[in-house]
Design a protein around this ligand. Structure first.
Ligand code: KG4
Ligand code: ZN
Length: 345
């Protein structure tokens, strides 16, 4: 089965061709530079950029895969959650293509696609569902922080999420306070490498709370007050590196501790992690170390599949089609607030 998948939920325009669990191509056009000027994603600009870039990106994906439009068996797109006007571009393009080709359209939940992205491995990358194991999954992106129990393939239960800011948002907002460009996550990761994570002590919100929920807005506020009270610190490059390392350590400790605790409680033996923040090297290292200590095997999404991409949309769409789980109609609408908890197969 050969599918074209489109992803336009936020600030990456992406198209991928997937065939029988293999990723034949995964073209991504990032809008990061455009939005950096404004310190965050501007929804209307994002939608216009998707309109401009979607067809060229789709053409690139088809060309790199050496696949003709007529050879497609289905067309998939992210249906939600995401920015409404951005979602509309990819969804309506995919539906129009499916209509013209008289092939099925598959609408995919963006977070469900992240959830299965750690199972895509190898070179060339392919889905390794043959080795699927029940797992506890951490999804950490710019908009969401979720702990999910994946009981079996395509069956999941959301255990907890953020009650305010997501982990990625916390990286981005604290980075902005430090004066780093948007998105600050990758830059904090880089600066933290040469910083002392014990230099400053920041709160670990909800670390000892029994729930699987997260809260990062208090951490951001304490960084704000800390900088207000120590303004000279930002003039010292080593202190800035220490600050980045200390903030990063607080976020990572909360994410890792709560993930491991949930995995132990749920009785699974496998842990997975995905989403943009999973690119973070300290998070990858600390999760690996904690999993080893507790006897869990760990699957981290490969870095190029952590941030938003259409390959993960295509892999999940194909899986759904093969399992007869496709319910989206050709004229179905975008679902900007589509929670993973409401996405039941
Ligand atoms: O999954 P993603 O590409 O988009 C959303 O669906 O939100 O995640 C983007 C987020 C941003 O907040 C960005 O700062 C963060 O992922 N991020 C990182 C790193 N790379 C990306 N955060 C920390 N360290 C990184 N290396
Ligand atoms: Zn995402």
């Amino acid at each position: 089965m050969t599918l074209l998948a489109l992803e336009t939920s936020c600030d990456e325009t992406s198209a991928a061709v997937v065939r029988d669990g293999k990723i034949l191509s995964n073209a991504v056009s990032s809008q990061i530079q455009l939005h950096a000027e404004y310190g965050g994603v501007v929804p209307e600009l994002a939608a216009r950029e998707h309109l401009k870039n979607l067809l060229p990106v789709a053409r690139t994906a088809l060309r790199e895969a050496n696949v003709l439009v007529e050879q497609l068996d289905a067309v998939a797109a992210t249906q939600g959650p995401g920015l409404p006007n951005a979602l509309l571009v990819g969804l309506k393009a995919a539906q129009a293509m499916a209509f013209a080709l008289n092939k099925p359209f598959v609408g995919v939940n963006h977070h469900e696609a992240h959830l299965y992205s750690p199972w895509i491995t190898g070179n060339p990358p392919r889905a390794d569902f043959a080795n699927f194991q029940p797992n506890l999954s951490l999804i950490v992106s710019g908009g969401h922080t979720l702990l999910v129990l994946v009981e079996s393939e395509l069956k999941h239960c959301v255990l907890g999420g953020t009650i305010d800011d997501a982990a990625g948002e916390c990286f981005d907002k604290t980075g902005k306070l430090i004066g780093l460009p948007y998105p600050a996550g990758p830059e904090i990761d880089r600066l933290a490498e040469q910083g002392n994570a014990k230099a400053f002590n920041f709160p670990r919100p909800l670390l000892h709370d029994a729930s699987d929920d997260f809260s990062f807005s208090g951490l951001k506020t304490s960084v704000r007050y800390f900088i207000r009270d120590h303004p000279a610190l930002l003039d010292d490059p080593q202190k800035v590196r220490d600050l980045c390392a200390s903030v990063q350590a607080a976020i990572v400790e909360v994410l890792v501790t709560k993930t491991i605790r949930a995995a132990k409680r749920c009785g699974v033996r496998h842990v997975t992690a995905s989403g943009g923040v999973t690119c973070n090297r300290a998070l990858r290292n600390e999760l690996a170390r904690a999993c080893e200590r507790s006897g869990f095997t760990l699957r981290l999404a490969e870095k190029q599949l952590c941030t938003d991409n259409a390959a993960m949309i295509g892999i999940l769409a194909e899986r759904k089609l093969l399992n007869g789980l496709v319910t989206a109609e050709l004229d179905s609408e975008i679902k900007p607030g589509w929670m993973l908890a409401d996405c039941v197969n």
